[in-house]
Design a protein around this ligand. Structure first.
Ligand SMILES: Cc1cc2nc3c(=O)[nH]c(=O)nc-3n(C[C@H](O)[C@H](O)[C@H](O)COP(=O)(O)OP(=O)(O)OC[C@H]3O[C@@H](n4cnc5c(N)ncnc54)[C@H](O)[C@@H]3O)c2cc1C
Length: 321
């Protein structure tokens, strides 16, 4: 691929996410003539001079870019890409990277290939070839991309990070034209958990599925999580029912967790859920069904009604303390 590749640098209120170096790594494999980077928002001012392996870093500023705003970021990237005549746009395949590239692709009416793990540039005789991860990591897809403009995200840890060799390119200011509605989806407020324990950092996750039966049923899971210094998670059935917020969902379309102990209460263990908690060190399944995948694949199981088993565990923990 000749031409200019534009790399989106991820940051949160000016705190750099160095996974972006991996996107630069993918850009380097594109055999581009030039690699440019973009950092977005006033908060990113101090980052613009710190991006390695690129000839130019564009710093996009606008009043509407005060915090993360995926549609507005997508608009910025689309406008800048046209402005510099980029032949490709890349980012890292994080939630944010994929989200903003999807918006940029929609704005440019271009194809977006997410979560690329291997890339071979197009030649005079053939198109670019790539492999990408799909279905939460359970499928590798081999594909070709027609020559011309492309938008890609690099699957996390698939490409070597660009080296931070103290060689940085020039910084250029870029002022996008954004409509009033561009930042309609944006981070407006943040809440810091008082306990400091989050689903993704908790040593124990007590997670509930359809078997819990209701929003009120989660009170027992909350009580057990409190006793164990853990957090409560859930399956997608639970969020679909409105029993818990999506932020508690574990799985392919939720959070990935890796606690010391994952207690799965009334969760069957569908592959889309398993993907989110398979990194747990130990898995305890509480289920009526001895043949449920969560039971057969887990480390420990209690076969029975969670509405009886959880109160019994809580009572025993309280008695021992
Ligand atoms: C594209 C896609 C993405 C998806 N993403 C996710 C995701 O991110 N996360 C996710 O979780 N799912 C996801 N799913 C849905 C997934 O396929 C399953 O449908 C879901 O995980 C099932 O949730 P569950 O285990 O709570 O319910 P079920 O599969 O219905 O299982 C309920 C379990 O509870 C047990 N049970 C019932 N009553 C009791 C009781 N009283 N005591 C003890 N056990 C009891 C049953 O024996 C059963 O094993 C996705 C699906 C698709 C297609």
């Amino acid at each position: 691929m000749s031409g200019t590749v534009l790399v989106v640098i991820e940051h949160d209120r000016g705190t750099l996410d160095e996974v972006s170096w991996q996107a630069i790594g993918l850009a380097q494999e594109c055999s581009a003539n030039a690699i440019h980077a973009v950092v977005i928002g006033d908060d990113a001012a101090q980052l613009a001079g710190l991006i390695p392996g690129v000839s130019t870093t564009h710093h996009a500023r606008h009043d509407a870019l005060s915090d993360y705003a995926p549609e507005a970021w997508g608009d910025v990237i689309a406008q800048l890409s046209s402005h510099i005549g980029a032949t490709a746009i890349v980012a890292t395949g994080t939630d944010r990277g994929n989200e903003v590239l999807a918006h940029a692709a929609a704005a440019l009416d271009a194809v977006f290939v997410s979560n690329v793990v291997a890339y071979r540039p197009s030649t005079d005789t053939g198109p670019a070839e790539l492999t990408r991860v799909r279905w939460g990591g359970s499928l590798l897809e081999h594909a070709t991309v027609a020559p011309g403009f492309s938008i890609m995200s690099a699957a996390p840890h698939a490409f070597a990070a660009a080296e931070t060799n103290n060689e940085y390119g020039q910084i250029v200011e870029f002022t996008p034209t954004l409509s009033d509605t561009a930042p309609r989806t944006r981070v407006a407020d943040r809440i810091t958990l008082a306990s400091g324990i989050t689903l993704q950092t908790a040593p124990v996750v007590v997670s509930g599925g359809r078997g819990v039966g209701s929003a009120e049923g989660f009170a027992t899971l909350e009580a057990l999580a409190d006793l164990l210094g853990g957090a409560v998670g859930c399956s997608r059935v639970v969020t679909n029912q409105g029993w818990r917020p999506h932020s508690d969902q574990v799985g392919q379309t939720g959070k990935r967790v890796a606690p010391e102990l994952y207690i799965a209460c009334g969760i069957s263990g569908a592959i889309q859920h398993w993907i989110g908690m398979q990194a747990a060190q130990r898995i305890l399944a509480i289920n009526l069904d001895k043949d449920a995948p969560m039971v057969t694949k887990g480390d420990y199981a209690v076969i029975g009604d969670l509405h009886e088993i959880l109160p019994a565990i809580i009572a025993e923990l309280q008695r021992r303390r």
